[in-house]
Design a protein around this ligand. Sequence first.
Ligand code: BDR
Ligand code: CA
Length: 308
Amino acid sequence: MRETIIIDTDPGQDDAVALLLAFASRDRLDLRALTTVAGNVPVAQTTANALRIRELARAETPVHRGAESPLLFPLETAEFVCGPDGLAGADLPPPQGEPAPGHAVEAIIALCRAAPDDSVTLCPLGPLSNLALAFRLAPDILPKVKRIVSMGGALGLGNMTPAAEFNIYVDPHAAAIVYGCGRPIVMMGLGVTHQALASHEQVAAIGALGTATGKAIHGMLTRPRPGGLGTAGHPMHDPCVIAFLLWPELFEGRDCFVEVETSDGSQRGRTTIDWNGRLKRPANAHVVAGVQAHELFERMTQRLATLA
Ligand code: BDR
Ligand code: CA
């Protein structure tokens, strides 16, 4: 049976690859909506980018525009990593289509309410603002949520600050709400996504597909990153979320208690992960820490090859 999913996203180059992998996996994933959030770039641009990627994949999934800012803090963006339009290197035209009517938060609530209990997998790839708003506005949807498979957080060093990963840093209050929601969470943090570096050969193989999709991904993954953070290539953070849905056997992790730091100081957005169970608190997340990266990229390339 296909897994019912909603992807909440702030494209973003690695979001774009994640979306394309999801579009290439319709046999396994029933993607009901893309909901956009401010993150890598402001929400008008993340919405345009979601539409550009949808059009590249020739899909018709509704795109709902969501939160313009974090719950409390002013928005901070990441053009220094993903370029001024968020999809630097993709060389995609502006979108032709429009967002679907209705705010992203309303769409998440409506889709969940219409679903059976324990049946919707939420896949947040950006700051958790939309999910937190949905859970606060409509707590009745929580039983509908099967699990939340989320890119965010860090077992070790952050990438936005020494303490914090970008998605959690941008909206730590939203992250604290989501990590306290009581539904199963899979945390795909930097500890694993920094292992998911596409090799030069694998990026070349994606470009060699010769398709519009292959060219767009190749362009994004070969573009120099002046504001990059010291990794040897583009870490495929967000694709790990979709890959986990498709191939959980490639990942390993541990159930842990995770606490999000919401104070506005040097610890803002830190995910404190009780890896060794010292705090004796019940686990609220499955923290993924390892991935078979080579195999992931082989399988991902096979899937991406099915797109135009
Ligand atoms: C996360 O931050 C964003 O810039 C990426 O799209 C990814 O979701 C990595 O820290
Ligand atoms: Ca993202």
